[in-house]
Write a protein that binds this ligand. Structure first.
Ligand code: ACO
Length: 340
């Protein structure tokens, strides 16, 4: 294994193509002014340290798969296909509706898809890059022709709105893509993907309760273990280093330079992290897709939402090179370079 990430690279005659994208953000907004009323913070501090101005928050009756459903339906429509055509689906999330059954199974039922394979990807904020890598491999191997990949989160339900270092960061949302086998005259492809994880840093960002190690109890509530806990400064440093390294690996694996990349879509966690990765490569800011100011950190959903927005508003065009990179709890990380 060279470098930090494990590489998946083109090897068969099949290529995959993102045939359609979709996203959904809940209507309700949580602004910095709203947060000023909940914790000791200020709009100026939040904007300066994170770039975030607002986040979308799911309604009380909206589960994660309800957001995922709308994003998936939009992606299917954009791809000119239907749920019936899907051969396999992946749901990338850290906030599934419940531990069992999986979010992918719940979503499959809501979509009215055929009873084909459906799988959750638990790689936190890197989930979508992991999911897209797996979908590409399924298509490339010839096993499936249509794979649905959704990144969706309702993270606000794991946020302690009394803790100012975490409550300012997270929002809810969903993004989806339909990955199809490319036809001969379609030039899209995934050049390579690079995935990594470092479990020794798992304590930097953790949701301790709700699993088999710490099932719900009175003690969980008394210790606030049902909420996300984070060592922000360490994550920040690790995120910049990891995403920069994995982007460099993607470029090296394909003997490309960053100026051959048309768009960088980094995980939208914090504008300063995004800027630091951009400036490491000297990328002009206008080539970096950024929406964190309007969405906050939606974990596995940030990249597919940003991708969908940039495709729909015409920034990202067919034939362009797009580099995705993410990091998240685990700590997981990944990059994927594709010709859209
Ligand atoms: N308002 C005002 N002051 C605050 C706030 C707030 N909301 N939050 C923290 N502070 C204070 C701290 O208490 C600290 O005060 P002190 O110096 O008196 O102790 C001071 O601000 C500086 O704190 P730092 O933690 O050093 O601030 P930093 O510049 O690192 O910004 C932040 C904090 C925004 C959390 C940043 O570290 C960050 O974004 N880290 C990455 C977090 C992240 O991306 N997490 C998710 C990763 S995985 C995934 O995406 C799912």
């Amino acid at each position: 294994m060279k470098g930090q990430g494990m590489t998946a690279q083109a090897s068969s005659s099949y290529r995959s193509r993102i045939a359609g994208t979709g996203s959904y953000l809940p209507e309700k907004l949580l602004t910095n002014a709203d947060l000023e009323k909940l914790v000791d913070t200020s709009d100026a501090w939040i904007v300066e340290r994170t770039g975030i101005r607002q986040r979308h928050i799911a309604a009380p009756d909206q589960a994660m798969t309800d957001l995922a459903l709308i994003a998936a339906q939009r992606a299917l429509e954009a791809a000119g296909t239907t749920a019936q055509e899907i051969d396999f689906s992946l749901c990338c999330t850290a906030s599934a509706d419940q531990p069992m059954p999986s979010a992918a199974c719940v979503l499959q039922h809501k979509l009215g898809a055929r009873p084909v394979g459906a799988l959750d990807i638990a790689a936190a904020c890197s989930g979508f890059v992991y999911g897209l890598t797996i979908a590409d491999q399924f298509v490339r191997s010839g096993m499936y022709k249509n794979v649905l990949v959704v990144g969706a989160e309702v993270l606000h339900r794991y946020v302690n709105y009394k803790e100012r270092d975490t409550c300012i960061l997270f929002g809810d949302g969903a993004g989806a893509v339909v990955v199809q086998r490319a036809k001969d005259d379609q030039e899209s492809k995934v050049y390579s993907a690079h995935l990594a994880a470092d479990g020794s840093l798992g304590d930097l960002f953790i949701l301790a309760a709700g699993g088999s190690k710490m099932p719900f109890s009175q003690e969980v509530l008394e210790t606030n273990s049902q909420y996300l806990k984070m060592k922000g400064r360490e994550i920040f440093k690790n995120a910049v280093r990891t995403m920069s390294n994995l982007c460099q690996e993607a470029l090296d694996a394909n003997e490309m330079k960053m100026d051959q990349v048309d768009w960088l879509i980094p995980h939208q966690a914090n504008l300063r992290i995004i800027d630091a990765v951009g400036s490491y490569f000297g990328i002009p800011p206008e080539k970096v897709v950024v929406n964190v100011q309007d969405t906050g950190n939606t974990s596995a959903a940030t990249i597919p939402i940003a991708l969908d927005e940039a495709v729909r508003d015409g920034r990202i065009k067919r034939g362009q090179n797009v580099l995705l990179t993410a990091f998240g709890a685990g700590l997981t990380s990944g990059s994927l370079l594709m010709r859209y």
